[in-house]
Design a protein around this ligand. Sequence first.
Ligand code: C2E
Ligand code: CA
Ligand code: CA
Ligand code: CA
Length: 279
Amino acid sequence: VKNMSKNSISFFTQEMKEEFLTRINVEKQLKTALLNKEFKLYYQPQFDMKTGKIRGFEALLRWINKDLGLVSPMIFIPIAEEIGIINDIGEWVLKEACRQYKEWNINNSFRGIISVNISPIQLKTNNFYNTVSDVLEETGIESGCLELEITENLFIDALEPAKILLNKLIELGVRISLDDFGTGYSSLSYLKSLPIDTLKIDKSFIKNTTYTGVEREITRSVIELVRKIGLETIAEGVENDKQLNFLYKSFCDNIQGFLTGKPMPPEQVVKIIEQGKVD
Ligand code: C2E
Ligand code: CA
Ligand code: CA
Ligand code: CA
């Protein structure tokens, strides 16, 4: 048996083998993560550029597993989508974010926005609308305080059904935000036809505004056009003063990034709210 492995042709490199085993292990652990209460939401502040006050917080999912440690959502969200458990996780996220918001709202009369990331798979599930309206009812938060962050992927193969659903959600009063703008395929004219309130300009744009002139011009025009069609703008991934100044001069409505606040646990959010950085 020992010899066999030596002589047999292996399709996998050692690296591939390790990757495969890690993946199997991540899947296994992920299936029980919700039950074992291994998820936690962090919150990153979004600042209104005009007032300098907090516009709202984006909820960002964190998974802390005893074997794997802290796993990035960039790794586990795609896996959760693939193995069919994103709906359960997503529903937990939505409920937890709204429950948390209500707590801030009562104790500190915080009236900003809570933004929640929604996977396209959740949006394509029949009862998503009911899930949202149930969560709003259960937690008792005003629908106008909840913002759903979606991505352009949603529109690729089923534009009309997606539009119908988003319109229903907007009728319910929730806000719709288009995440990672600039990384997908959509043109600005096409944007006008979509039921969205807010547009988040992807970090790759913001990053490039630090140095190169052409990128700055592109980003400036994007912000201008988005404002012209009546959408609110949020720049994400703002890391330095140079970017901040540029975005201020370009009339970007809001900023979000490490410069003004990293994603933080709820305990820390309470402190910020108490410091009076919000209305
Ligand atoms: P995203 O929605 O685009 O979230 C922004 C990501 O950028 C977050 O990474 C955030 O921590 C990071 N970020 C914030 N400010 C800066 C900055 O100044 N510089 C840089 N380089 N990065 C910054 P995170 O938390 O690791 O999340 C990664 C992605 O995972 C998210 O990207 C989102 O697509 C997904 N995700 C996170 N939470 C959820 C969730 O609850 N549901 C779903 N479906 N997806 C989620
Ligand atoms: Ca997001
Ligand atoms: Ca984003
Ligand atoms: Ca993203």
